[in-house]
Write a protein that binds this ligand. Structure first.
Ligand code: ADP
Length: 162
């Protein structure tokens, strides 16, 4: 039984993230999605609770996916949840250097217990990032190609309130 942890801020969850989640569930027995709250970065769009609600709703019928939250070291979450590896998605060279550092520190902090596996989104999703989606929304443009309809609906509601 191989369980893996997929951490991220998912603010918002994009079709790029969803593509990585689909690939991970094909490869492994269980995927724990860890929605992270970075205490140093508070300029988010959705609150942690809103992100949890969206992901729980979207994956409610998948019994090999669990949603957890975290604000401390990702590697501790991986160990606490008996995950053998952390999944990261790579969009291109711009993600690479940072991910190399991250996998090394996570190996180090876990005394080599937690490895990192990088997956690549399918071509049509590789350029999508949460930041780009927020910018496109702010320009008043259609985001339906980049996020699930539920995420789009929640983003439009939230934008009207801000
Ligand atoms: P972002 O970097 O877009 O703010 P997250 O912190 O939520 O997003 O990202 C979580 C993980 O998903 C990271 O490993 C990130 O590189 C990966 N990821 C995000 N978008 C994509 C994408 N379009 N294709 C592949 N991986 C992605």
């Amino acid at each position: 039984m191989i369980r893996v942890l997929y951490p991220g801020s998912f603010d918002p969850l994009t079709k790029g993230h969803m593509n990585i989640i689909n690939q991970a569930t094909d490869l492994f027995d269980e995927v724990i999605i860890a929605i992270m709250q970075n205490p140093l970065k508070n300029s988010g769009f959705f609150t942690l609770e809103e992100r949890v609600e969206i992901l729980k709703e979207l994956y409610k019928d998948k019994n090999n996916i669990q949603i957890v939250t975290g604000s401390n070291a990702t590697v501790d979450l991986a160990l606490d949840n008996n995950c053998k590896a952390i999944i990261r998605g790579l969009r291109g060279l711009s993600d690479y250097d940072y991910e190399v550092q991250l996998q090394q520190i996570n190996k180090d902090l876990s005394n080599n217990l937690v490895n990192t596996i990088c997956l690549f989104a399918d071509k049509e999703y590789q350029f999508i990032s949460s930041t780009i989606v927020k910018e496109v929304l702010n320009l008043g443009k259609d985001i339906s190609k980049y996020v699930d309809p539920l995420v789009q609906e929640r983003m439009l509601i939230k934008k009207r309130r801000i």
